[in-house]
Design a binder for this molecule. Structure first.
Ligand SMILES: Cc1ncc(COP(=O)(O)O)c(C=O)c1O
Length: 449
């Protein structure tokens, strides 16, 4: 027989109240469901009432859906209805994988590289990665300190699952990449956010870092160049952070360097270069962004032998080694030089400058000049409280939905990245599309009064 728990009774009570007070329901539910009330109310209420009866774990209920993937899907759905959507919600280069890499994959198939691989990756690929780290980053690793993963995403998840115990705190500067906080939840850790603003170019100071550290701090994780802000930490800024970490030898550092090659400033700087920290830095990188290989699912981590071994063990029970074909292609990517990467970077730089000029001309938008990656993360809070077509814009989510419906431009709300005042604009699109999108955005924003 089904017995109703107190929480279920409570839910039925709330449910009844909400049914009779739809306005109140809207206010309470919106922050939770994040997206249009009417679209999701039934789904949410189903979950709200019947959660105790579903077979799904608390873990999966606690996890947020990826807003970047969701927004991209909403854009695609509207496009499928024949609406001319410009999709600037994507987190991937719009270039094809270079031919020499594709050729290596074709050859791999012909040569029957179709069997399971060692969990941490083919020895030749791990060797090629150590060589890359030596040449590009002046960092010395042995092959057994490298774990090849199914995208950088798995490298991040591996590291967190191997390091974080329930209740451990993980420091994350905001804005951060969408999956960080959700991965911390999966590892049963607690995310502790260090806020930054557009005025400080979205970078934390050493003082902010030190203030956030508690006896429970286990990991600090960040990306530079950063998704979503495009900010890049300089050598001097990293050195300041390193001085703080030297005082706290129990803290590990997850340094996500997936946008290393899309850096418009001086050379890329890794926090792993500080000898006093190297053993505690888990360097995360991959092929997705630099070589336009998002679909190949190829990333890696470089860490102390102890951590690398732990990640090998973790991965061995979840996915084993990543695709044999992608790995053979990865060797070609490592050994093929950076010519194609530099071409893509030059294209991104031109687009950045184009979008920067157009964004700056829109009244009420505050933006930094990103030094890397391929995103803008403008503060749009000056539009909150304004209305158009009888619809009030309360927050960045409302604004991104308004821009989708009114300007037919898909973007991602800043909430997904831990900053409710901003929106993320990806400029991984042609200059023509970017100019048109900015024109439409400016026109739609001008209608808000
Ligand atoms: C900051 C950051 N880290 C990691 C990843 C994951 O990359 P991959 O495609 O290699 O899993 C992304 C992808 O968008 C990212 O933006």
């Amino acid at each position: 027989m089904l017995t109703l728990s107190d929480s279920m009774m409570m839910r039925f009570w709330l449910f009844t109240c909400l049914i009779f007070k739809p306005k109140l329901a809207n206010q309470i539910l919106r922050p939770t469901i994040q997206i249009n009330y009417s679209l999701n109310l039934s789904k949410w209420l189903y979950f709200f009432i019947f959660e105790d009866m579903t077979a799904l774990s608390k873990r999966i209920h606690a996890l947020a859906e990826s807003q970047t993937i969701k927004m991209a899907k909403m854009g695609r759905d509207l496009a499928a209805k024949g609406i001319d959507i410009i999709n600037l919600s994507f987190g991937e280069p719009d270039f094809n994988t270079p031919d020499y890499i594709k050729d290596a994959a074709k050859k791999a198939l012909d040569n029957n590289f179709t069997f399971y691989t060692p969990v941490s990756g083919y020895p030749e690929l791990r060797k090629a990665i150590t060589e890359k780290l030596r040449v590009d980053n002046n960092l010395s690793y042995d092959s057994d300190q490298i774990v090849v993963t199914t995208g950088a995403k798995q490298a991040l998840a591996n590291a967190l699952l191997c390091l974080v115990n329930p209740g451990d705190e993980v420091l994350i500067p905001t804005p951060y990449w969408v999956s960080y906080s959700e991965m911390v939840k999966l590892a049963e850790g607690t995310s502790v956010f260090i806020p930054t603003t557009v005025e400080q170019n979205f970078k934390i100071t050493a003082q902010q870092l030190e203030q956030a550290i508690t006896p429970k701090t286990k990991v600090f994780m960040f990306s530079s160049p950063c998704n979503p802000t495009g900010s890049v930490y300089s050598y001097e800024e990293l050195a300041e952070l390193a001085k703080v970490f030297e005082k706290y030898p129990e803290i590990y550092i997850l340094s996500d360097e997936i946008y290393e090659h899309i850096n418009f400033g001086d050379k890329h700087e890794s926090i792993a270069q500080f000898a006093s920290l190297k053993e505690r830095v888990i360097l995360i990188n991959g092929f997705s962004k630099a070589f336009a290989m998002t679909g190949w699912r190829l990333g890696y981590l470089a860490a102390s032998k102890e951590i690398a071994q732990a990640c090998d063990k973790m991965q061995g029970q979840i996915t084993s080694g990543t695709s044999s074909i992608a790995q053979r292609a990865g060797i070609a990517a490592c050994e093929g030089g950076l010519e194609s990467v530099l071409k893509m970077k030059a294209a991104f730089l031109k687009r950045r400058d184009l979008v920067y000029g157009l964004l700056k001309a829109i009244p009420g938008i505050k933006t930094n000049l990103p030094s890397g990656a391929f995103y803008f993360f403008p503060d749009v809070s000056s539009y909150f409280g304004k209305s158009a077509n009888g619809e009030k814009i309360n927050d960045a989510l409302d604004l991104s939905l308004y821009l989708l419906n009114e300007a037919h431009v898909a973007l991602v709300s800043g909430d997904a990245f831990g900053d409710p005042n901003s929106i993320r604009i990806s400029y991984a699109a042609s200059e023509e599309k970017l100019s048109e999108a900015m024109k439409r955005i400016a026109a739609a924003l001008a209608k808000l009064v």
